[in-house]
Design a protein around this ligand. Sequence first.
Ligand code: OAD
Length: 245
Amino acid sequence: MGDTQRVTAAIAASARLCVLTGAGMSAESGIPTFRDAMSGLWSRFDPAELASEAGFRADPARVWDWYAERRAGVRLAQPNAGHRALGEFARRRPGVLTLVTQNVDDLHQRAGNTGAIQLHGDIQRDHWLEPCTRQPGCDAAAAAPGRPPRCADCGNRVRPGVVWFGEQLPPASLLAAEHAAAACELMLVVGTSGAVWPAAGLASQARRAGAQVVILNPALSEIDAEADLVLRGTAAELLPRLLAG
Ligand code: OAD
């Protein structure tokens, strides 16, 4: 039996499957990754300027425009065969899959996994930069237009609802992800470099708790050593084959 067949059989036999995805999951939908050498966003842009609160405060219009462009790209993108295979698997085997994603796009949700745990937020959502102290709180989505939009009453600025460097992950999402990692029998790690924590630690957490860990990635990742098996290939190639059984 080859490695692909072994993983297909393990998935078919698993009652608790956890899938952790990263930017590579959406690469074949046309959304750039962060760390791929030629095409990754961080090869062209400085994350300290574009993905930190300090960077936003230093040049809010630039950061707002950069996210506006990425938001538009996500809206135009479509789920690929990998997202669709995960959606179909969840429909076919309800209650088996917990999907944890570092991605801020909504392609898993649009492919049917509406309950995907989003560790790094949602790029289409708006948040207030400063905590809104009014009761009830003002609605960031209704802010006066601008780059960025501002609260018509107090001038509070809107920022994208993603987790920036130096910020905590949403506690409930992280807890749910850690629980899924500790409770699963099998974890598939798809399209992540494993460079960003705490998400990168979920694979070793699953392994310590006794799960089998399989990495799907066309290139080396920083957490390959945590895996029982590494399959070299893309998300849209591998997932439909592995999840069909
Ligand atoms: P990275 O850009 O760090 O890694 C992308 C991974 O996807 C690499 O290991 C690639 O080899 C792999 N890859 C590329 N194309 C692929 C394909 N078609 N199929 C499968 N894998 C492919 O992205 P992440 O690991 O997700 O933070 O990065 C983690 C976080 O760093 C992101 O969530 C983001 C970023 O700063 C936030 O947005 C908050």
